[in-house]
Design a protein around this ligand. Structure first.
Ligand code: FVH
Length: 293
């Protein structure tokens, strides 16, 4: 028989909505937890569950070898960790940032004798610590550091290591969030079309969710395949010439319904540019190239 190792101690700095959710998940799983937050009152619910509240960020960092920060942005990480001694620590930064910020933070940590894992959380707070919620975190940085803490990191949400390069987690995170914005803007336009009718919006929800989910899976793969092979016409499911023509129908419908087209037009303009450059038989992978500056 194997005996599960005791849940490991860690420190958590930042108890906003996400930080607090993480803290509750670790406490519920029996991890000894030290917490710190700029606004001290936010630590109370965690203290009531058994967390030790550190009086300063430096004390929180000193309290454990594994230190997790979940703050507003990179500038707040700078402010909070300034004056703390991170030497010998494994620092996990779950603050959303850019790939460049993550790489700079890894170098900054290394100069101070710490090892950094950067993380991008793909979840909202109510999904944290909930089995089967689908929540997960992209991690990047040294694989050995990830492996050393894998069990602890997997308590609040699934843990997925996406590369030794510290910037990879942020790159994955921001790419997915950017795609989500496209989905949100497309849905805003779709509901606006329905808003002009007596049809209840709820009637659109099911078909919209099914359509976007179904299209997303095949479209994401087709784009990746085209970008990898360089032949944007291979096994094309819908060609650019047809799609640009169909865009005119979307615009006429918006006009009929009295709906603005500002969410659709930037993407349509790029499709038209690629078509004008002579790529009628392609799919839409060429739009990706038009974005590269
Ligand atoms: N909440 C969400 O839905 C998303 C889901 C995906 C990941 N994000 C990222 O997680 C980071 C933290 O987000 P959050 O939801 O906890 O954010 P807030 O509730 O606004 O809490 C912010 C915490 O940061 C502290 N803070 C801000 N500036 C400073 C500073 N200059 N010095 C010290 N602490 C600072 C703030 O402290 P306080 O206002 O309570 O005193 C909170 O602890 C974030 O990167 C999301 O993008 C969440």
């Amino acid at each position: 028989t194997t005996i599960d190792p005791a849940p490991r101690a860690l420190s958590l700095l930042g108890l906003g909505d996400m930080g607090a959710a993480l803290g509750h998940a670790w406490l519920d799983a029996g991890h000894p937890l030290t917490v710190w937050n700029r606004t001290a009152g936010k630590a109370r619910p965690l203290a009531a569950k058994g967390a030790t509240v550190a009086p300063t960020a430096a004390d929180a960092v000193a309290a454990a070898d594994l230190v997790v920060v979940c703050l507003l942005d990179d500038a707040s990480v700078d402010q909070v960790l300034a004056g703390t001694d991170i030497s010998g620590k494994d620092l996990v930064n779950l603050t959303t940032g850019t790939p460049g910020e993550a790489r700079a933070r890894a170098a900054w940590a290394a100069e101070r004798g710490a090892r950094l894992l950067d993380g991008g959380i793909m979840a909202v707070p109510p999904m944290i610590g909930v089995p089967d919620s689908g929540a997960y975190v992209f991690y990047s940085g040294p694989k050995e550091v990830f492996e050393a803490h894998r069990e602890t990191l997997a308590v609040p949400a699934g843990a997925v290591h996406v590369g030794e390069d510290a910037g990879m987690a942020a790159l994955h995170d921001v790419a997915l969030l950017s795609a989500m914005l496209g989905m949100m803007s497309g849905m805003a336009h779709a509901y606006a079309l329905f808003r002009r009718e007596k049809t209840p919006p709820a009637r659109l929800a099911g078909p919209l969710a099914d359509w976007v989910a179904g299209m997303a899976a095949s479209y994401a793969r087709e784009l990746a395949e085209h970008l990898e092979c360089g032949d944007y016409t291979r096994d094309v499911t819908s060609n650019l010439a047809m799609m640009v023509r169909a865009n005119a129908t979307l615009l006429r419908t918006a006009e009929e319904q009295g709906v603005g087209t500002e969410l659709l037009e930037p993407y349509m303009r790029l499709m038209e540019r690629r078509l004008a450059e002579g790529h009628a038989a392609e799919g839409t992978a060429g739009v990706v190239d038009l974005l590269l500056r």
